[in-house]
Design a protein around this ligand. Structure first.
Ligand code: NDP
Ligand code: 8X3
Length: 258
């Protein structure tokens, strides 16, 4: 693979686990500079250590809560003070909270999902765009989901927040036309990360059951798609990638061998 990213500045939100952490590791192999954010700074520090070992030119970490505008703006100020610019922005922070049907839904879960998955992308992009506008060839990749395209029972607010992500991505694609910046959405199906543990409020047994009898996507598979999309030549924009494990033909159509 041609490496067009060596020496570039890559900013990843939600880099403390799952797709974000694995993308950081795979970008590190290409010799980039990394700016990593999330709420769990101890986890960020371990990811940073690995990335340095794997070949990143430099790795910088900072607390980030995408729900909080002050935190997002402070993060962007920090990125400006260290790097001055950003070549690649990966809006990955996100997740699901709960599997309730609408009739039993909790305000706190609904609000968390819209805050993190939809408004979080808007806040981070607004704050980081000024660091990218002078960088034709820059890339913004937002992490969506099959859930943003196909609704399923128990997924109302998560699916809606990911549908919002896709609309935000398409809006940015239009608004940034002519700047040389590229914008795309990477939309995976079920993947084994901490996602289900968070969604099921820490219930490990239920979380393990989500992946029982299937070979789901792994963080490595999704990170490969993210890095590949970011590494295209400047005249190529990957607008959307929809990817699922072979056993999953739709969110509700899973071939389990159990
Ligand atoms: P993980 O739970 O492993 O990772 C989620 C990441 O998001 C963590 O680093 C977490 O960091 C961060 N995060 C959550 N809330 C916030 C916040 N308020 N501010 C900053 N960071 C936050 O799950 P995945 O890696 O699977 O999820 C990554 C993305 O992929 C999410 O957008 C998710 O919706 C999406 N996705 C996941 C799929 C799956 O099946 N796993 C499939 C399709 C899409 P911390 O807690 O330290 O803040
Ligand atoms: C996560 C994939 O199918 O659990 O976005 O909604 S799914």
């Amino acid at each position: 693979m041609n490496n067009r990213l060596a020496g570039k500045w890559v900013l990843i939100t939600g880099a403390s686990s799952g797709f974000g952490a694995e993308s950081a590791r795979q970008f590190a192999h290409l010799g980039v500079n990394l700016l990593l954010g999330a709420r769990r700074e101890d986890r960020l520090a371990s990811v940073a250590k690995e990335c340095s070992r794997l070949g990143a030119i430099s790795v910088h970490i900072h607390h980030l809560d995408v729900v909080n505008t002050e935190s997002v703006n402070a993060f962007a100020d920090w990125a400006r003070s260290i790097a001055g610019l950003v070549d690649v922005l990966i809006n990955n922070a996100g997740g699901a909270h709960g599997v309730d049907r609408v009739e039993d839904g909790k305000d706190s879960d609904w609000e968390a999902m819209f805050q993190i998955n939809a408004l979080g992308i808007l806040r981070v992009t607004r704050a980081v765009l000024p660091l990218m506008k002078s960088r034709p060839g820059g890339v913004i990749l937002n992490i969506g989901s099959i859930a943003g395209r196909v609704a399923y029972e128990g997924g109302s607010a998560y699916c809606a927040s990911k549908a919002a992500e896709l609309s935000i991505t398409k809006t940015l694609r239009l608004e940034l036309n002519g700047t040389g910046l590229r914008v795309g959405s990477i939309d995976p199906g079920m993947a084994e990360t901490e996602f289900s543990l968070v969604r099921l409020k820490g219930d490990k047994e239920k979380s393990d059951a989500v992946y029982a009898g299937v070979m789901p996507l792994m963080a490595e598979d999704v990170a490969e798609a993210i890095v590949w999309a970011a590494n295209r030549p400047p005249h190529v924009c990957i607008d959307e990638i929809l990817m699922m494990c072979t056993a999953q033909a739709a969110p509700y159509k899973l071939n389990r061998k159990v």
